[in-house]
Design a protein around this ligand. Structure first.
Ligand code: MLT
Length: 406
């Protein structure tokens, strides 16, 4: 008899964004005359930068000739891309990251979800609340939690991110082994300061813990004082893994390319306290289960770092940040407290009512957002509005919301 992994029974029936998509489809079927404006899932809408498109075309042409055709590439990514990432994203900011500490992949969702495989089942895991659901769900699947009681999984140390702490959780009183952090934050759009991140790094060093730092929204940082990488924090090379993505930076959600940085200084320990290099473990996992991102896509990602690519990416981000400013202003004018939107494409709105109810009210008006409660208990009462759409659609959505709520 084939037996299931019973931990899957503890999961909510479906993934948050699938749940929302079902509600939106049902609404559209019942209201064919009201086309919805989607400011829900953080999916980009603007075309790939021209520099990436040109690089992609050129690489496809190379694949069409025997002399330049490529079969399997290195699982960790081609050197041309890893070198461009190391130089532009890290070394230029004074972070000593080498190309061979970078693992190219097809998404930060997969990497943040898969990374927990390297750790024992009985480690203590700290997860922010609200949170991008992948961190929690993959730990539930792996059996690191108990049952779901009063809105929380037993066995997880929740890091409450609330208005009171500026949506940056404080260090937990108890000791934990694995810590998930995401800045600029999904879903709140909040950022963490250098000294706040330093506290986490110092804590992880004291506890021999590890930080999984999701920096997928790094490109949206406009404030010069906000760190772009955890490796800008002294000591982080020993205790932090960083996840990055081209999805939101350069419109690659459908194209798929991301990377994870595993510094060679990070160690994990076995039951005897003997230490192992995390880099070697992730390399073993990655090369066993993954065969690399396709050559044309890696060439397109490399073009993000070309002089034209850099200008085009900046333009793309600027457009989304302008949308974010429109959303934040409109919601504030309606009397709602908001965070995010200044260094992030997400605006976290205190709806002062049940999240799903607020979601339904906006859906009735023809606007899709994301209910905060879907990200955790501390998200109750909030909604997340995404800036990923055209300016026209964002303005139209804000008009609909104003009409529906006033
Ligand atoms: C989100 O809306 O939170 C993101 O699009 C999810 C993701 O990047 O997987």
């Amino acid at each position: 008899m084939i037996r299931m992994n019973s931990h899957y029974k503890k999961l909510k029936a479906s993934y948050l964004f699938s749940d929302i998509a079902k509600r939106v489809t049902a609404f559209q079927e019942n209201n064919p005359g009201t086309p919805v404006i989607r400011l829900g899932i953080g999916d980009v809408t603007r075309a790939l930068p021209q520099a990436c498109v040109q690089a992609l075309h050129k690489a496809v042409d190379e694949m069409s000739m025997d002399q330049s055709f490529k079969g399997y590439g290195p699982e960790q990514g081609y050197a041309f891309l890893r070198e461009a990432i190391a130089a532009n994203d890290f070394q230029s900011r004074g972070c000593a990251i080498d190309p061979d500490e970078i693992f190219v992949s097809d998404g930060a969702k997969c990497d943040t979800g898969n990374f927990q495989e390297l750790f024992a089942t009985d480690i203590r895991v700290a997860i922010p609340d609200p949170v991008y659901p992948v961190y929690l769900d993959t730990n539930i699947m792996a059996g690191r939690t108990g049952e779901f009681l009063e809105g929380r999984y037993q066995g997880i140390v929740y890091l409450d991110s609330t208005k009171e702490n500026g949506f940056v959780p404080s260090i937990p009183a108890q000791s934990v082994d694995l810590i998930y952090l995401c800045y600029p934050n999904n879903p709140t759009g909040a950022t963490a300061t250098r000294s706040q991140l330093q506290e986490w790094v110092d804590y992880a060093r004291r506890e021999k813990a590890l930080i999984l730092f999701d920096a997928a929204y790094e490109a949206f940082i406009t404030d010069p004082d906000i760190p772009h990488s955890i490796y800008e924090i002294p000591g982080a090379r020993e205790v932090a893994v960083e996840f990055r993505s081209f999805s939101k930076t350069a419109g690659f959600t459908g194209t798929r390319c991301a990377f994870t940085v595993v510094p060679k200084d990070c160690r994990v320990f076995d039951e005897n306290g003997d230490s192992y290099f995390l880099h070697g473990l992730w390399n073993r996992r990655h090369s066993t289960k993954f065969n690399g991102v396709s050559y044309p896509i890696q060439k397109a990602a490399e073009a993000v770092y070309s002089p034209e690519g850099k200008i085009q990416v900046k333009e793309l981000i600027k457009g989304y940040l302008e949308n974010a400013a429109i959303i934040r202003k409109a919601m504030a004018e309606l009397g709602f407290d908001c965070v995010g939107g200044d260094n992030s494409p997400y605006i976290w709105v205190d709806g002062r009512s049940d999240s799903w109810e607020f979601f339904d009210r906006l859906l009735k008006a023809g606007v899709v957002c994301t209910p905060g409660a879907g990200f955790g208990r501390c998200g109750e009462g909030y909604i997340r509005i995404s800036a990923f759409n055209s300016k026209e659609q964002v303005e139209a959505a804000m008009g609909r919301i104003a009409k529906a709520l006033s």
